[in-house]
Design a protein around this ligand. Structure first.
Ligand SMILES: Cc1cc2nc3c(=O)[nH]c(=O)nc-3n(C[C@H](O)[C@H](O)[C@H](O)COP(=O)(O)OP(=O)(O)OC[C@H]3O[C@@H](n4cnc5c(N)ncnc54)[C@H](O)[C@@H]3O)c2cc1C
Length: 358
């Protein structure tokens, strides 16, 4: 059996690792000259998103369920949440941060080192139609919606413009900060995350404001949150991307995984774990002739439960963000939410009902 994997991100690489384990011959086609986003970045995996997994955190889940292990950058023990009029700080076992990009310890390079014999064709812009004629299966792991859209399987749910910067200065390695302010982020957010004590990322996820204002809004973010003391090495604005979901995960011999399958939530933009899991599921479905959609559907339900909050957030004013930040920092919430294993995502439906009554 011959499998073509389009894209060498977390979904494509995890798929290749599992194909090797199951004795399936695969080849990766990657458009860039190497794996890993060309700009360094940091992913955050909040524990509250993964409390339903029955594991300590997302990393342990991936290790026990799929035999894929990797080192993380830091464990997040403290989180500062700030809105226009409120600021709270929460502590606990809040989540993990993982490097992305071309560094040796990026998630992509760590996954890459777990691949033994799968060939990777770099600088190869895969075309799913052409590959589908040549290979028995094509796994689409391009991190974009283009293929699902062309196949008529994509539903738009909004868009997001990200502007990210690498900054040097003083960072606390176990602490991250998240900022909400409609003036610069629309209904998105800003985030400061450390790589180490001296370097970190400053990112703005803009929702509901024009892409062409991104640089200006980023400047406003820096000034408003008094982040001018950091020295910004460079800034990157990836193309604005559509967020959405797919109506089917497979069409004929073409399987959609990761962000190409809409498996990134629409509240914080988290989706790397879902990329790894769906890539692995695609390999299993192919090797064992199982129904891929049934394997991957629970991931979509999980993502949709988180994303259900987006409709409410889209109407938020700064007063609403102040209220939410106050609630998130209330003593009772601090004790129950951040330091226990409550499946908040699973309870999203009842939380939304409560919110709509308040
Ligand atoms: C700035 C930013 C911050 C994020 N923060 C977080 C976070 O904090 N936590 C989290 O969990 N998730 C986060 N995400 C989301 C998460 O990283 C993605 O969901 C994850 O990278 C998806 O993995 P993927 O393998 O599907 O796609 P990608 O990681 O995008 O990989 C796709 C690969 O396919 C290649 N490619 C594209 N088109 C082709 C083609 N036609 N032929 C061949 N190769 C192709 C690309 O070059 C790339 O290497 C963030 C995303 C962004 C953009």
């Amino acid at each position: 059996m011959k499998v073509a994997i389009m894209g060498g991100g977390p979904a494509g690489l995890a798929c290749a690792i599992e194909c090797e384990k199951l004795g399936v011959m695969a080849e990766i086609f990657e458009r860039n000259p190497r794996v890993g986003w060309l700009w360094p970045s940091i992913n955050f995996w909040p524990n509250i998103f993964y409390n339903n997994l029955g594991a300590k955190d997302a990393r342990e889940y991936i290790k026990t369920e799929f035999g894929i292990d990797f080192t993380v950058l830091n464990s997040t023990a403290s989180f500062i949440m700030k809105s226009a009029g409120k600021q709270v700080s929460v502590t606990g076992t809040l989540g993990l941060t993982v490097g992305r990009g071309t560094a040796d310890e990026s998630l992509e390079n760590q996954l890459m080192r777990q691949i033994n014999k799968t060939p990777i064709h770099y600088n190869y812009l895969g075309d799913y139609n052409a590959l589908a004629k040549e290979y028995e299966y094509v796994v689409v792991a391009t991190g974009r919606e283009t293929e699902a859209r062309n196949m008529g399987l994509w539903q738009d749910e909004g868009s997001i413009t990200i502007i990210g910067a690498i900054a040097v200065g003083n960072f606390d390695i176990n602490s991250s900060a998240i900022y909400f302010n409609t003036e610069y982020a629309g209904t998105g957010y800003g985030r400061v995350t450390p790589f180490n004590q001296h370097c970190g990322t400053v990112e703005l996820y803009i929702i509901g404001k024009p892409e062409m204002q991104a640089m200006e809004l980023f400047q406003k973010f820096i000034q408003t949150e008094k982040l001018e003391a950091l020295d910004y090495l460079y800034r990157n604005i990836p193309p604005t991307f559509t967020t959405g979901k797919v109506t089917k995960f497979q069409k004929d011999n073409i399987l959609l995984t990761g962000r190409s399958a809409g498996l990134t939530d629409r509240v914080l933009g988290v989706g790397a774990i879902e990329a790894v899991v769906s890539g692995t599921m695609a390999a299993r479905a192919i090797a064992k002739k199982e129904d891929y959609s049934s394997l991957v559907k629970p991931l979509q339900s999980h993502i949709e439960s988180i994303s259900a909050f987006r409709k409410n957030i889209n109407n938020f004013t700064n007063d609403d963000f102040d209220k939410v930040v106050s609630i998130l920092g209330a003593p009772v919430i601090k004790q129950t939410v951040y330091n226990t294993r409550i499946d908040l995502v699973g309870k999203a439906g009842s939380i939304l009902k409560m919110l709509s009554k308040s």
